[in-house]
Design a protein around this ligand. Structure first.
Ligand SMILES: Nc1ncnc2c1ncn2[C@@H]1O[C@H](COP(=O)(O)OP(=O)(O)OP(=O)(O)O)[C@@H](O)[C@H]1O
Length: 867
């Protein structure tokens, strides 16, 4: 029979059961200890020593621990490594435990919170310039509801999508943690599974109403069943993680289809909007654009770029603010200087409402509100200000009472730790001042006692010291100890150290007690004030959140204006007709990279319209085709996000969906062959792109054999031109595609220019009309350092191939005679043939009326299949 676990082990095991598959941080004094598999895992991730403590079932128990004061940095590393952690704290003092259950009583412990990637609020664990998103998703009758929130700021968004668009919805929000109901086949791998009962739409609706104190949710927009079920799942998880306390949640923003520029996961990844292909921010669009001076502004910009707008008026409102700040350079400087000093009030508020706030957070809110007031004064009464400022400026004020309260109540720089007190300003509470005075006096009298004891004993080295175990004590070097040891010396011995001996004395004891009492009362008074101030902040949380949002919007606009001024960017003209007219467009990331090495970026025009909506672009490798494609997609994205664009002029017809595909990019992580990925992604474009969409296709078809690739590229271009009829830039190395210009009237040919000069290849990075004359592949190979003998051998092979091509008419011989969509027409014909065969062979007179009717149904069904 296994031995009974010790009471502590029994308590640990019960808590571990509750923590489930989260690592359990079990508080023991100044450490959080981990046991069993948790210890093994944490020791590996954190690279700390794995030891053992006691036995369980006859086996030593593996253990590791982290000091409480440094727990945050260890937590950060565990979270980054994909772990979730449950924190079990001591919820009573050892003294309380003794009182409750005698001298051997175990201190009660409880899980006070769960720390997971999506529910962080600690400043140290969050990236200041990135939102941290937790999402819940579930399917209700074929539609998927997604509710996502950033609990560090309280933003909550809901949307509904088709199963096919779920990946895109998740990619847009860029989530850190996803919660789904159990037994759901559509759940992405890695999601956290919770009971299906938590995803109840009725409960989601009830709780959302309760949080916002409303009788109906109509004011928030149309919330579907699936959205509410997702909200239900999200709130249940948040409550579980926060052990019953809900974080700050703003009213939900309902995203409906079409309200933002649709981009799927592949498009986002290939345009490197928020992260470069390597995963980091460096080299991404946001890195090249972001000139925000606050974390809130940077997070807002990321949101803008992840979900650009599709309504002209809304875009115009953002553009007019950027335009105004672009013109008013001095004002912009003042505004940015004030914003730069602004604390992250959005996150400070999030922590306070979640019950994890500190005195420092209150101080940040105070300073933030003061700065907001200054910005309001700066922007008020300006001539020529755009109308959008009228709605922003009033949201910056209205906090006079709170500012006054916090200014009176708090010291100038309040600490993060509140257990030591010292954050309430003197003069705010007379009783507190008195308690402080008392302990201050007592400290002075301790100093006086020290002088008195030195004089009385004649020991100059006598000191009164303090530590956590003994409290106040008198210390003398060992050689002087005898005098104090004598009976009736007035001193009581407490401790003998290596070179010193420690004593107590009555007067010292009295003063120490006075200090402890006054200190305890002072701490309690400060704690009560903290609760009160927190309550006052919570009461006006929505107004503070509105101020924070207005400040972030101003920071984004000023940052965009700054970026535009820095790079000579222009204000785009947004129109309804499907055009894309870019003069002197540039790629912001490539341009920045070239500038770093002292090279100049060559600007290029793009001119797509109803009659010329598909450009086929050829030219040598490294000639700048991909760069040109992407720069135009990025210009559309930046413009619809409401910012200026890297061009001399831009007239952009609103785009509903943006697609970007790069032929055969590696996607081994998803376990599909590169060509398969290329085709899956191309299929999505062909089925989803509309006449208002903009598509860039970079060498689609290159991932397979030349013939297959050319054939596919050919068919894709035809389909985009004839069926989707969207604006499209298509880069290719297949010269043969040029022949499509003969049959597709809204397609034109372009190439990036290159020249061979004295046997050297010169890439001009300049776009010109007409087909590419040749591909310069061998010249690029030489440029890349392929050995001369290999290049000359390739040249000989090429000559041979080209001779063969001339004789047979080339790869595309005969393609010009192929009717458009010939393949589709063939399939149709084949079906007609079988139908007519059956009709011809039919003996009508031999059929009963019933059989005739059945046959008629069957033939009709057959004729209808595949239509
Ligand atoms: N407009 C430009 N001005 C200056 N340099 C440019 C320009 N466009 C591209 N480049 C430079 O050329 C390099 C290659 O560009 P890019 O990848 O767009 O070529 P590509 O034609 O798509 O090549 P490939 O066919 O091999 O994919 C870039 O990394 C950049 O350094």
């Amino acid at each position: 029979m296994p031995a009974q676990p010790t009471p502590m082990m029994a308590q640990y095991l019960a808590l571990k059961e509750e923590a489930g598959n989260c690592l359990l941080f079990y508080r023991m004094g100044d450490f959080f200890e981990l046991f069993f598999d948790d210890a093994r895992k944490a020791a590996g991730v954190l690279d700390i020593a794995l030891t053992t403590r006691g036995e369980h079932d006859g086996q030593p128990v593996p253990m590791c621990g982290v000091p409480v004061h440094a727990a945050e940095s260890y937590l950060a590393r565990l979270i980054r490594a994909g772990c979730r952690v449950a924190i079990a704290e001591q919820v009573e003092t050892p003294a309380e435990a003794k009182k409750r259950g005698g001298s051997k009583a175990l201190v009660a412990r409880d899980i006070v919170r769960f720390v997971t990637a999506g529910t962080l609020t600690e400043e140290a664990l969050l990236e200041p310039r990135r939102a941290n998103v937790l999402a819940a998703a579930c399917e209700v009758r074929g539609s998927i509801g997604v509710a996502s929130c950033d609990i560090s700021t309280g933003r909550l968004e809901v949307e509904e999508c088709e199963p096919g668009a779920f990946g895109a919805a998740l990619a847009r929000t860029g989530i850190s943690e996803l919660v789904v109901p159990d037994e759901w086949d559509g759940a992405p791998p890695g999601a956290i599974v919770r009971s299906r009962g938590e995803f109840a739409s009725g409960e989601g609706e009830r709780r959302l109403k309760a949080i916002h104190g409303v009788a109906t949710l109509d004011g928030f927009g149309a919330l579907s069943r699936s959205m509410l079920a997702a909200v239900g799942g999200l709130l249940a998880y948040l409550e579980h993680v926060g052990r019953g306390t809900l974080p700050f949640l703003q009213p939900p923003v309902v995203r409906t289809g079409g309200s933002s520029l649709a981009m799927d996961e592949a498009t986002r990844a290939s345009l490197e909007i928020l992260a470069a292909s390597g995963g980091g921010r460096k080299g991404s669009l946001i890195d090249a654009v972001d000139r925000c001076v606050t974390g809130g502004g940077a997070r807002q910009l990321a949101e803008d770029l992840a979900a650009p707008l599709t309504e002209r008026d809304a875009i115009a409102a953002r553009l007019s603010l950027v335009g105004w700040l672009n013109d008013e350079a001095l004002l912009r400087d003042d505004l940015r200087a004030t914003l730069r000093a602004l604390p992250d009030i959005e996150r400070a508020l999030g922590r306070i409402v979640a019950g994890r706030g500190s005195p420092r957070d209150l101080g940040q809110l105070r300073d933030g509100m003061v700065a907001a007031g200054r910005i309001r004064d700066l922007l008020t009464g300006r001539e020529g200000a755009p109308p959008s400022l009228d709605s922003l400026v009033p949201r910056l004020g209205g906090h006079a009472a709170l500012i006054d309260l916090l200014t009176r109540a708090l010291v100038p720089s309040p600490p993060t730790e509140r257990s030591q007190g010292g954050f309430i300003a003197s003069g705010y509470d007379a009783a507190l001042d008195e308690l402080r005075e008392m302990s201050g006096n007592a400290r002075r009298s301790i100093a006086a006692l020290e002088a008195k004891y030195r004089k009385e004993t004649g020991i100059a080295a006598l000191k009164i010291k303090h530590n956590g175990v003994l409290g106040y004590f008198i210390e003398v070097p060992a050689k002087h100890a005898d005098a104090l040891m004598a009976p009736n010396s007035g001193f009581t011995h407490r401790q003998t150290m290596a070179g010193a001996v420690r004593f107590n004395a009555l007067a010292l004891h009295d003063e120490a007690t006075r200090i402890a009492e006054a200190g305890g009362h002072a701490l309690a008074a400060e704690e009560a004030h903290f609760e009160d101030l927190t309550g006052q902040v919570v009461a006006v949380r929505n107004a503070i959140a509105a101020t924070a949002a207005a400040l972030s919007r101003l920071d984004v606009s000023a940052g965009q204006a700054e970026r535009a001024a820095e790079g000579g960017w222009c204000r785009p003209d947004i129109v309804e007709e499907p055009c894309l007219e870019i003069d002197g467009g540039r790629h912001p990331v490539v341009e920045a990279a070239l500038a770093g090495s002292g090279d100049r970026f060559v600007a290029n025009d793009c001119r797509l319209g109803a009659n010329d909506r598909l450009w086929l672009i050829g030219g040598p490798n490294m000639g700048g085709k991909s760069t040109f494609l992407r720069q135009n997609a990025l210009i559309v994205l930046l413009a619809q996000a409401g910012g200026f664009v890297p061009a001399q002029g831009a007239r952009i017809g609103l785009v509903d969906r943006l697609f970007s595909r790069v032929g055969a990019s590696d996607n081994l992580a998803r376990g599909r062959s590169t060509f398969m990925v290329e085709m899956v992604e191309t299929a999505a474009i062909l089925s989803q792109a509309t006449e208002r969409s903009f598509v860039i296709l970079d060498e689609v078809g290159r991932g397979t054999s030349t013939y297959d690739g050319l054939a596919l590229a050919w068919a894709v271009v035809e389909a985009v031109h004839e069926t989707n009829r969207c604006r499209c830039l298509f880069a290719t190395h297949y010269h043969e595609l040029a022949r499509l210009a003969e049959t597709c009237d809204a397609l034109s040919l372009h190439h990036v220019r290159a020249r061979e000069w004295k046997g050297e290849l010169v890439l001009l990075h300049e776009l010109a009309e007409g087909p590419a004359d040749r591909s310069y592949g061998l010249a690029v190979a030489r440029l890349a350092g392929v050995p001369a003998n290999v290049v000359s051998r390739a040249k000989a092979v090429l000559e041979k191939l080209e001779r063969g091509r001339a004789e047979t008419g080339g790869l595309a011989a005969g393609l010009g005679d192929l009717p458009l969509f010939a393949a589709a027409a063939d399939a149709q014909e084949e079906r007609c043939d079988t139908l007519s065969d059956r009709l011809r062979d039919l003996d009508i007179d031999a059929l009963s009326p019933r059989d005739a009717l059945d046959l008629l149904y069957e033939l009709k069904r057959e004729a209808g299949t595949g239509s």
